[in-house]
Ligand binder design. Structure first.
Ligand SMILES: [Zn+2]
Length: 119
């Protein structure tokens, strides 16, 4: 019996088109891949949530063409992303959320060594 993924957990908006996606790890290669958040019978992939909570995905193959066990049919967001104005490349994984605040401290111009300007 196919399962359905959690409706909201692990769902994040695509940085390109804003669609609801989930990031999954491709079984075998370990690559990260965006999936449409909702299952689709048209999906060419089978995804499942591991016990640890991570989402894993494999491509459906001829000999394993249907989702098994806890898998659900997923669509690669690569093929359905509408963002990026025609770019074919996939959206990058979400960046680390907090851009580190970089110190804007500059060395003072006065008091530099070797430039004594005293009278
Ligand atoms: Zn997208």
């Amino acid at each position: 019996m196919p399962t359905t993924p959690h409706p909201t957990r692990g769902v994040t908006p695509c940085t390109r088109c804003g669609a609801q996606i989930r990031w999954a790890t491709v079984v075998g290669t370990g690559q990260r891949m965006p999936l449409n958040a909702l299952p689709s019978p048209m999906g060419g992939y089978a995804a499942y949530t591991a016990g640890s909570g991570g989402l894993y995905v494999r491509e459906l193959t001829r000999d394993r063409a249907e989702p098994e066990y806890l898998e659900w049919k997923a669509v690669s967001h690569f093929s359905s992303c509408t963002g990026g104005s025609g770019q074919q490349t996939a959206a990058p994984p979400p960046r680390s959320r907090s851009a580190r605040r970089r110190p804007s401290v500059q060395p003072p111009l006065w008091g530099q060594p070797g430039v004594p300007r005293q009278r």
